[in-house]
Design a protein around this ligand. Structure first.
Ligand code: HEC
Length: 156
């Protein structure tokens, strides 16, 4: 076999191997913030929010903010999604901040801890920015229309 043919064969084999490896790579969790077009968040805020979320919220709401699988079961208290697939996008910014800083009670029983004193208002906003960056385009647009006073300029 001429050497050039061998080389072509070897390189196409390598390409096949590489693409096979690529397909088997596991999907990493959304640790690196993604910034969809039209979202008014600064990268600094998203980076802080990503870290705080993984430290303080992921154990209940899931590493990708997908919520607990049982979140819709009224028999159990399970954390809902924050990634735009639950009811979170129906809340105003003030309601989201209130849930985070003051916690949530159900029939007087605390079901979501209050983060006041552990997170500043800015840090709570950073976490909101991080999970809002995960919301699908149509969901974010609906939320944004309903919250016309939502910030449109980048904030730090
Ligand atoms: C100990 C588990 C737990 C932790 C930790 C936790 N949450 Fe929750 N969270 C819940 C539960 C449970 C609910 C649902 C309460 C209810 O029944 O309405 C909730 C509700 C919420 C809501 C309201 C969602 C909606 O659809 O109205 C927001 C916003 C929220 N959490 C944000 C956060 C953020 C941000 C953090 C981290 C700073 C966090 N949570 C940490 C358990 C938790």
């Amino acid at each position: 076999m001429p050497t050039t043919r061998k080389r072509i064969l070897a390189s196409s084999l390598l390409a096949v191997l590489l693409s096979a490896c690529g397909r088997e790579e596991p999907q990493p969790p959304t640790l690196v913030p993604l910034m969809p077009a039209g979202r008014p968040f600064s990268m600094e805020s998203l980076m802080r929010g990503a870290r705080l979320y993984q430290e303080q919220c992921a154990q209940c709401h899931g590493p990708d903010a997908q919520g607990h699988p049982d979140w819709q079961n009224p028999q159990v208290t399970a954390a809902p999604p924050l990634n735009g697939t639950g009811n979170e996008w129906k809340r105003t910014k003030a309601e989201l901040l209130n849930a985070i800083l003051n916690g949530v009670t159900r029939d007087g029983v605390p079901v979501m801890p209050a983060w006041k004193g552990r997170l500043t208002q800015q840090e709570a906003e950073d976490v909101i920015a991080w999970f809002q960056a995960l919301w699908p385009v149509d969901v974010y647009e609906k939320w944004h229309k309903a919250n016309a006073d939502a910030p449109t300029a980048p904030r730090s």
